[in-house]
Write a protein that binds this ligand. Sequence first.
Ligand code: PEP
Ligand code: MN
Length: 362
Amino acid sequence: MAPASPTRIIVCFAPEAEAGSVRSALRGLGLDPAPGPDWRWYDPGLLVAWPGVAPRPEAVERVRALSAVRRVVELPAGRWLYDGAAGQAGCGTAPVTLPNGLRIGAGELTVIAGPCSVESAAQVCEIAAAVKEAGARALRGGTFKPRTSPYVFGGLGEAGLEYLARAREQTGLPIVTEALEPAQVAVVSRYADVIQIGSRSMQNAALLVLAGSHSAGKAVLLKRGFAATLDEYLQAAEHVLLGRLWAGATEPGLILCERGIRTFGTETRFTLDIGALPILQERSRLPVVADPSHAAGQRRYVAPLACAAVAAGADGLLVEVHTEPERAWSDAAQCLDVRAFRALMQQVSALAAARARPAAGD
Ligand code: PEP
Ligand code: MN
């Protein structure tokens, strides 16, 4: 019987290569354990093999030398891409750097704010300017919205992406926006600095790998499924990181986001799992942010949850803000107005400063 957590060999190959030929070359080198579905194939060219025993170094070298093969990574038993096993040096959080130089997870609290949905160019540009002025470092806004009811606003689609790009031009804030389906990843990644994968999509493996593979130089923000355990969540993160590996990225470029889980409580929309924050930081090298807005569901609970998350060590926050919250086209009840957001920024900045460890000698 194979060990519970065998060494894994991840082989990234060129998309034009025949999966079958890579596979049979690997088989020829004894990297094909039987029985069982011991191969995984993901677009655009990635195979994961479970040799079951540590493979001979010569076999791995021969796989590396195959012309179709771009990259081979060996994951030792019990290690994962999310814990840094693919070889980033050092330890601690691997910060995510955005194109404008913003680093998330580098010790400072990063607040990402904006409307639930992009409604018009004027709306998103006005909100972007307001949240920037209050201290936000990135802009959020959905144009492809995951909807529980089919009878509510589903987002503006590509037009909304253009409005977000306009807001970025005016403010310099990088943009975080969601892709719902694999077919949307290409268009979203043309505009976004960070591709958001929503809570409802956390188990869409094809979407996860594809978002990772389109994100070289960009980043992915992966929300926790509202019924997912932390193990399931980290396995979802591993899918994104497989995509990143295939794309040749040298940094993880992935941000985790705790946004509340379903419990028996009904007074808040979800239950923000504060304990998940230090656990995810301990088990992965990924920055971990919290979304108090979707957890709270009602604006008066957003600030207390945000403060709790910052006190627990969150690397950042994702907050829904609107200039006219009661008229927001989606998630109106949980949107903060600009004044409340300014007050929240003051509270969380003070907390973040208090939790910062003084440098040696201070
Ligand atoms: C959102 O960020 O607007 C959203 C839909 O979030 P979630 O996927 O966490 O529900
Ligand atoms: Mn929302």
